[in-house]
Ligand binder design. Structure first.
Ligand SMILES: [Zn+2]
Length: 386
């Protein structure tokens, strides 16, 4: 039994929008046909006001920080933010579980079908196993002291293995928390496993300052963490240009990129041809009150994806809200945003045969969104049709 969904506009993403188009879906949610209004004239079609788009892909989240909703002060900058997270992430197990459950449900209702999720522990496994959302877990390795690289790698691999049979990979947390030795071990592991890499990148000017000449706010962060970093010699290069050569071939997601400049983007393109650039605008505004140079990334033709980051740095986990923010602040057109929110994320996660476009044979999920003249996103409310 097929169901026929229609709306004022259908955005298949893989092809141009279809005015009053019709999508035929079977009971398993698999797309059977994509039709024009004329071709569907005699069918039993349910018409919706608005636009139908494929399910959204959230390429950056931290489900295990969901209980921190509203706890961290806004716009303090990354260095303060990281310290606040460390000070207040402990909570009782039940509260953490319930918050993750709620966050997972919220993402489902907001039309998200797949998530690239950061983990430092195993706590999110049960939620992910029982979720209607597909998860790929990035288990973060963290350790700036090169002498501890092998021990940290073993520990992180242990967590990764505990996530089995779910998809999971060992990834670097951030340039300022991973030594070159640890980066190399992670790269070898990713090559052996054929796994993905995700890394927080250039979230603040302090990150570049630390690598360029060992100055800026990160010095206070290492002091807070009780880390002696006297061994560290500044690289005289920006953060990205310092660490990217360690990960030259792997498919890699660069997350945030708030202060990446043209030289960084060009360096990145030359050094790794398999990069994806994840934007989390609402988290950037929450933490740093800044946004990445989106025009530059578009001009450079890099592949962009979207992420929500966690409820520690966002009021909601809603990809449409991220799109709306970029449309309002950076005047990005809707079709471009939609590509970032769907097929690009699906492609990065290796899920583009199932998700990301409304095409025959895929099970992308269907979302109804409200647009005004010129495809301006009217609200961040999503109606999930399937
Ligand atoms: Zn993050």
């Amino acid at each position: 039994m097929l169901k026929y969904f229609s709306a004022d506009w259908i955005f298949p993403v893989s092809s141009s929008p279809i005015k009053n188009g019709v999508i035929a879906v079977n009971a398993a949610g698999e797309i059977q046909q994509v039709l024009t209004a004329a071709a569907a004239k005699n069918l039993d079609v349910v018409h919706h006001k608005g636009a139908i788009v494929p399910g959204f892909i959230n390429t950056h989240c931290h489900l295990e920080l969901s209980h921190m909703l509203g706890l961290i002060p806004e716009k303090t900058g990354l260095v303060e933010f990281v310290q606040s997270i460390i000070k207040s992430r402990q909570s009782d197990t039940l509260q953490i579980e319930l918050a993750m459950q709620k966050a997972d449900q919220q993402m489902f209702e907001n039309g998200i079908v797949a998530v690239g999720d950061i983990a430092n522990q195993i706590v999110s496994k049960a939620i992910k196993q029982n979720s209607k959302i597909h998860y790929y877990t990035f288990v973060e390795a963290m350790g700036f002291n090169p002498e501890r690289a092998a021990a940290i790698m073993d520990y992180t691999k242990g967590i990764r293995e505990a996530f089995s049979p779910l998809s999971a990979a060992v990834v670097p947390h951030a340039p300022y928390s991973v030594s070159p030795e640890l980066f190399r071990l992670i790269n070898t592991e990713a090559q052996n496993e054929g796994s993905l890499i995700s890394v927080h990148n250039q979230e603040t000017v302090d990150e570049n300052a630390f690598f360029e000449d060992k100055t800026g706010g990160f010095l206070a962060l290492y002091q807070f963490l009780g880390l002696d970093i006297s061994f560290f010699e500044p690289t005289k290069k920006t953060s990205l240009q310092s660490w990217l050569p360690y990960i030259a071939k792997q498919k890699t997601l660069l997350v945030h990129n708030t202060v990446s400049n043209r030289a960084d983007v060009e360096f990145a393109k030359q050094n790794n041809s398999n990069l994806y650039w994840c934007l989390c605008p609402l988290a950037n505004l929450y933490i740093e009150n800044a946004l990445p140079d989106v025009d530059l990334l578009v001009e450079e033709g890099v592949k962009i994806t979207l992420g929500t980051d966690s409820l520690a740095s966002n009021h909601q986990l809603n990809i449409l809200a991220e799109m709306k923010t970029l449309q309002e602040h950076k005047q990005v057109d809707f079709e471009k945003l939609l590509q970032w929110a769907t097929i690009n994320g699906a492609e990065f996660l290796g899920l583009d045969e199932r998700f990301g476009t409304i095409e025959i044979g895929k099970t992308p999920g269907l979302n109804l969104v409200q647009l005004s003249e010129g495809f301006i996103i009217e609200s961040d409310q999503v109606t999930r049709l399937i």
